[in-house]
Design a protein around this ligand. Structure first.
Ligand code: GLA
Ligand code: ZN
Length: 679
């Protein structure tokens, strides 16, 4: 099965970037050059007008779209695509000064001055009205334009506002959620420090002693963002129902639950700025980037997504140049995980202001004879060779959960041991064994369906949202395998501790353990996890444990490993419980990666999850696959700065770029990548 292309009737990879010709209107020859260089760079798609409000409406109510008409017409003439932005990410100074309530109010209660971008009030009726007017104008004007292919709604929505209007909106949101103050007080446990609220107006989001309040404030911000975006797209959907809408996300960005934002988008778009800092080994960065892409593919059930922004060279906050091969590898990695387009910030560097030194396709030198331009042109070439990959995807047999509510609940809890929680890092560690084995996984949130997986991985599932524990139980009893870690099932949806023994909500039965208490280790404390003889996974040896060690008791589970030191030496550190037709693994301690690798590899063997390539990949190499169910495109990457050889076993492949047959082994250069088709 194949998904439809991201842009209607354009079954090719999207390649291009943010294009800001409105910064160059006084230099028409530069714009002519831009158009000459489009074909040479292999670009076909441009995001326009992201920060162009003042050029459209220099004075209140006076509109001018001349430059956009000209650019849209020129793009259409060449058959290029425009992803047209709504300009709400930054507003004209006249508006900010005339209507102060469009500006955000800080935590300190002070209205921010006109400054920067991404800082409008989410609630301001005036701002919403102005946004509606400009969006309507744009949609009216370009609704039948051949270049208009998608809407880029605003830019990197983020942040919070504490103005009276936003506080009122928050209190209204709470009222809608909790119905009565009595219910809210119970859910937030406000009896603490005399916080029982007796009127909705008393509830100030800046109060930082009520954890449930803080988790809800993060949810409220997500809701505000979605509500704002829905408001923005009303005229777009009305006037251009045929044009898909999206907004650019920022990976695992905190305080915004992108799963909710995803629901408002027709396709997923992301801004990805990996830092390839490490000279020897870029595996850690690659892992995070891969997981980010997996999440974006998973957000729409496998539908290909778009990398809306990336940097073709070095950003202005990290000036390390991309080594040869690195750019190609970064772009192919996105495609391998389900991107049907890789675009950049930005097409041409602006001469001034705070992004003048940020990498772009066209440098200040102004021509095509640069290393970066050639790298980009190469990607354009590569894209044309991969048309058959468009619309293909993958149906992984395993999923790893990353859940923003869990992240926020962990972040906002005082303890256990604040600076050590590292939720994202733990997620990465649990994701790594699959990635390192060349196995595709979905990255999902805890409320997603688990039905299609054999293995479900739950890193630090601290918060159990409504129904999640029951669904985990059902998944295991129906034959699924679950791997959970320390800090599982400690609080409910409202961030109240679960009573009756952890992991709560019935998971104690599923895992066959009771987690009595947690030892938070200091950096110099020594602890280890020792595999027990004859354990069902065949694990052997001792592994370092650090940060978190839970003292768990077996209640039906079998021990796989025990602690090696301290007063709880010999007590279980990792267990497995047979529950119905499935197995539930519990890892009670934070351990070195080797333990996770061994345990997960054994589970992979037991559950017969298929690897994309050979049995063992060299360290720092991964393989990912895209398929339509018939053809299999396999992407192989080397994240080390030395060449590596991959054993291909019995299988035979065709190198998609050279057309040559590849068998027995595949040689990857330093920072190398390859695309193979299974024969
Ligand atoms: C973000 C923004 C862009 C630009 C780039 C620079 O992703 O969306 O407008 O500022 O960062 O890296
Ligand atoms: Zn506000």
């Amino acid at each position: 099965m194949k998904y439809a292309p991201i842009l209607t009737k354009f079954p090719h990879f999207l390649h291009g970037g943010d294009y800001n010709p409105d910064q160059w209107l006084k230099h028409p020859t530069v714009i002519d050059e831009d158009f000459r260089l489009m074909a040479l760079s292999g670009c076909n798609t441009f995001s326009l007008g992201i920060f162009s409000w003042t050029s459209y409406e220099p004075e209140e109510g006076k509109f001018n779209f001349d430059w956009l008409d000209m650019i849209m017409d020129r793009l259409a003439k060449k058959g290029y695509n425009a992803i047209l932005a709504t300009p709400s990410g930054a507003r004209p100074a006249w508006m900010a000064l005339k209507y102060p309530d469009v500006r955000r109010m800080g935590r300190d209660g002070l209205r921010q001055p006109y400054n920067g971008r991404h800082n409008h009030c989410w609630t301001s009726p005036l701002y919403r009205e102005k946004v509606n007017v400009i969006n309507t104008r744009l949609a009216e004007r370009y609704k039948n334009h051949a270049a208009l292919k998608a809407w880029h709604v605003s830019n990197e929505y983020n942040g919070e506002c504490f103005c009276d209007l936003c506080l009122k909106s928050w209190q209204g949101w709470l009222k809608n959620k909790y119905k009565t103050l009595d219910n809210l007080n119970e859910c937030w446990w406000t009896y603490f420090w005399s916080h029982t609220y007796t009127a909705w107006e008393q509830i100030d989001p800046r109060d930082d002693c009520i954890d449930g309040l803080k988790v809800d404030w993060a949810r409220f911000i997500t809701w505000q963002c979605c509500d704002f975006m829905k408001h923005e797209i009303v005229p777009l959907k009305k006037l251009t129902p045929h044009v898909p809408v999206t907004t650019n996300m920022m990976g695992f960005f905190d305080r915004m639950d992108y799963w909710a934002v995803a629901d408002v988008c027709d396709f997923i778009a992301d801004d990805a700025y990996p830092t390839w800092y490490d000279t020897e080994d870029n595996t850690e960065m690659a892992l995070l980037l891969s997981a980010t892409h997996d999440m974006h593919r998973s957000m729409k059930g496998g539908k290909p997504f778009l990398v809306m922004e990336s940097c073709p060279s070095a950003t202005n906050w990290q000036s390390r140049l991309k080594r040869p091969g690195v750019h190609k590898r970064e772009m192919l990695l996105a495609i391998a995980h389900g991107a049907d387009g890789t675009m950049y910030f930005q097409y041409r560097k602006g001469r001034g202001a705070c992004e003048k030194l940020h990498g772009a396709i066209i440098d200040h030198a102004g021509h095509e004879h640069t290393r970066v331009f050639k790298d980009v042109a190469e990607i354009g070439q590569i894209h044309t060779r991969l048309d058959d990959v468009i619309g293909t995807s993958i149906k992984p047999e395993a999923a790893v959960v990353y859940d923003w509510d869990v992240k926020h609940a962990l972040d906002f809890s005082t303890g256990p041991t604040n600076e050590k929680k590292n939720y994202l890092d733990t997620f990465k560690k649990m994701y790594k064994p699959f990635w390192q084995s060349g196995i595709s996984v979905d990255v999902i949130q805890s409320t997603c369906s688990f039905d299609n997986y054999k293995v479900l991985v739950l890193p630090m599932l601290f918060m159990l949202k409504k129904g999640v524990a029951e669904r985990i139980g059902k998944f295991v009893s129906a034959g699924g395998t679950v791997i959970a870690t320390y800090l599982t099932g400690m609080v409910d949806d409202y961030d109240r501790c679960l009573t009756g023994g952890w992991p709560g909500c019935g998971l104690r039965k599923v895992f066959g353990i009771w987690n009595e208490e947690l030892d938070g280790l200091a950096p110099d404390d020594k602890q280890q996890v020792v595999a027990v003889k004859g354990n069902r996974l065949g694990l052997k040896g001792k592994f370092k444990a650090y940060d978190y060690c839970e003292r768990i008791h077996q209640e039906g589970a079998k021990t796989i490993a025990v602690y090696g030191m301290d007063f709880y030496a010999g007590e279980p550190a990792a267990t497995v419980n047979t529950f119905g037709k499935g197995e539930a693994y519990y890892i009670a301690a934070r351990t070195e990666d080797a333990f996770l690798m061994e345990l997960t590899s054994a589970v992979i063997r037991e559950t017969r999850i298929e690897k994309i390539l050979s049995e063992t990949l060299p360290e720092g190499v991964t393989a990912q696959m895209r398929t339509d169910g018939k053809r299999e495109f396999i992407f192989v990457f080397n994240f080390k700065t030395k060449g590596q050889t991959v054993d291909l076993g019995q299988a035979k492949f065709k190198d998609v770029f050279s057309g040559k047959t590849v068998k027995d082994e595949l040689k990857l250069e330093a920072n190398g990548s390859a695309v193979l088709e299974r024969m």
